[in-house]
Each structure stands twice: as C-alpha cells, then as structure tokens.
Design a protein around this ligand. Structure first.
Ligand code: KG4
Ligand code: ZN
Length: 343
C-alpha cells in the first residue's frame, strides 16, 4: 500500500510517499523559516499562504523523484492537528480533494503521533511498548506508548515547551529565530561550569516540566555581565545543561516507573547533540536503549505523517476506507483522544 503524506501544521510543507512493503519511497520538504525569521516567529497567515504555493509543486516533485504516478497511490494521510488552523486547512483540503478525485481513502493524522512514531522509520526500530519523550517547539510531553494509537500522557510542561525555551533564550542571546540549533552550536564554545542555572521541577516528584523560569534566569545573567561572545557561549551552555539534565532525569524516571527499557525521543529538540549523548549514556547505565529518528525526521516532515497514516490504515477494516466527502481540522487535539470516531 502506498500512502501519500501531507504535513502543513506550522511552517514546513512536508510531502512523502511511504510504501508498507518497500518503506519510504521519497520525501520533500520546504521550510518557511527564512520568511518568518524576519518577524521573530511564525506569522500564521503568511504560513497558510505559503503552504498553498508549495504543496502541489512538492507533491509533483515527490511523485516524480519516486517514479510514482498519482493512480498508484492507495491512500492519503494529512496532518489534521494540532497546529495553526489556516495552515492545517491547506493540507487537509488538498488531501481531501485528491482522495475524492482518486477515489481513495483520506485519513487525518495527529501531528504528535507522527513525531512519536518517526523513530520507527529508522533501523533498528523500537518495538512496543516504549516511553516517548516528545520535545518540539510547541510540546514537551512524556508518553507511554503501548501500541500504535494507544498513548497515555505521563507528564508535560506546565508552561513553555522545551523548544520554545530554546527559541526564547536564543532570541535573548541575539541568535535569531528559531534559535535551538544555533544555541546548541554556540554552547559547544562555552566554558563548562562558569554559570549554573536552576533545574526547574527536577525534584517535583512527578513527570511534569517547567521551562519559562529559565529564560528569566538567563535574562538576569545577561543583565549582570558584560556581554562578550564568550559570555554568550557560557550562558548558552548553562541553559542547555539545565534543560538537558531535567529532560534526561524525567525520562529515566518514566522508564523506572513503567519498567520499560526503550525510550523514543521525537520532535525538533531531539536533534540536540548534548541531549542525545546524555540520554543515551545514562539510559545505557540502566540497561535501557534510546531510539532517535533520523535527523531529517526530527523536525516537521511528511514522512512521519505518511508512516503514521499507513500504520493506522493497516489497523482499520478495509470497508472503513472511504474517500473524503468532507474534512475538518483540529487546531487543538489531545493525543490521548486518538482512536475516537473522528478518523
Ligand atoms: O518538531 P519541530 O520541528 O516543530 C514543532 O512541531 O514544534 O521542532 C522545532 C523546535 C524549535 O523550537 C527549534 O528551536 C528546536 O526544535 N530545535 C532544537 C534543535 N534543533 C531544532 N533545539 C535544540 N537543539 C537543537 N539542535
Ligand atoms: Zn512538530
């Protein structure tokens, strides 16, 4: 079965073709980051308009590169939410229109389900059950994953997401938007131990997180010190150390609480080298293994949506595979509610 995946939830247009027998046939991505960086964040209306410009040419490009024709596609998976309503509507309407025209099923996929299943696109892939640490620009959650579609929230951020904290701190350090990767690069030049920032909620006794206080702590450091390139690097390192330690300790606590031995890290912050090293080392000491998506599948992409859609379709009865007659998007959507009647 060949599934066309369409991702348009935020500022990346991602298209992919996933074949349940041959694996990923191809994928393309257009990032709007340059357009939004001028404004210091994503401008929703500009995002929607740009998705409209990109989505059809990218579908054609992906089909061409994979030597695949439209009639060969068996199903469409599009991101139905959560995300920016206008941006989601672009992918959903194209997905539904193609489904109607080709008389093939269309399925709305949860964006975070795409992220947390994305490590299954790599080899070796984890088997069920596992703990998933979802760390993106909009979410920071620890989920218990018993099977595809069976997710239980164990803990989440009570304020800023980890990626959001990286982006806001990067902005304070003059690194532009989105600044997670740039901050991480700058931290490599930092002197270990020069500054120590708090570890928010490290000992809260639950699996929740809080990152909004860290940017205030960073701002205090910036106001107190002469801002040289070295000081910026030292602050970047101190910030990254704090986030990485909290994410690592809470992930290990989730493994201990459930007795699971596999941890999957998904979302843009999962590209962070220091987080990867720290998690892998500490998990190995406890006999646990950490799985990461390929770097290109850490941030938003169409492959994870095509893959999550394919997994979901395989668990459905064929008679429920219907071409779209209408579509809806869900700007807010709780992952634990998956498996309901909306799909
Ligand atoms: O998953 P994603 O593409 O988008 C959302 O769905 O939110 O994640 C984007 C986030 C941004 O906040 C970005 O700064 C962060 O991931 N990010 C990083 C790194 N690369 C991307 N954060 C820390 N270190 C990185 N290397
Ligand atoms: Zn995402």
């Amino acid at each position: 079965m060949i599934v066309l995946g369409i991702e348009t939830s935020c500022d990346e247009t991602g298209i992919a073709l996933f074949d349940t027998e041959r694996g990923l046939l191809g994928h393309t991505l257009y990032s709007q980051i340059e357009m939004h960086s001028e404004y210091g964040g994503v401008v929703p209306e500009l995002a929607s308009r740009d998705h409209i410009r990109r989505v059809l040419p990218l579908i054609q490009q992906t089909l061409f590169a994979a030597k695949c024709e439209l009639p060969e596609i068996d199903a469409i998976a599009y991101t139905q939410g959560p995300g920016l309503a206008g941006a989601l509507l672009v992918g959903a309407s194209i997905g539904a229109a193609l489904s109607f025209a080709l008389k093939i099923p269309a399925l709305g996929v949860h964006h975070l389900e795409g992220h947390l299943l994305s490590p299954l696109l790599s080899t070796p892939a984890p088997g069920f059950p596992f703990i998933a640490l979802l760390v993106s620009g909009g979410h920071t959650q620890l989920m218990r994953v018993d099977a595809a579609g069976q997710y239980k929230l164990l803990g989440e951020t009570v304020d800023d997401a980890a990626g959001e904290a990286f982006d806001k701190t990067a902005k304070l350090l003059g690194l532009g938007y989105p600044g997670g990767a740039a901050l991480s690069k700058l931290a490599q030049l930092g002197q270990p131990g020069r500054f120590k920032l708090p570890r928010p909620m490290l000992n809260s006794g639950d699996l929740n997180f809080s990152f909004s206080g860290l940017k205030t702590a960073v701002l205090t450091l910036i106001n107190k010190h002469e801002i040289t390139p070295q000081t910026c690097a030292d602050i970047a390192l101190a910030f990254q150390d704090a986030v990485v330690e909290v994410l690592t300790e809470k992930s290990l606590a989730a493994l201990s609480q459930t007795g699971f031995t596999q941890l999957v890290v998904a979302g843009g912050v999962g590209a962070n080298d220091q987080l990867r090293q720290n998690l892998s080392n500490k998990a190995a000491l406890r006999g646990a293994t950490v799985f990461y998506p390929e770097l290109e599948f850490c941030t938003d992409n169409g492959a994870m949506i095509a893959f999550a859609g394919a997994m979901r379709l395989q668990t459905m009865h064929k008679e429920d595979w219907q071409p779209a007659s209408s579509f809806t998007v869900k700007a807010r959507w709780n992952l634990e509610m998956l498996g309901g009647s909306d799909n």
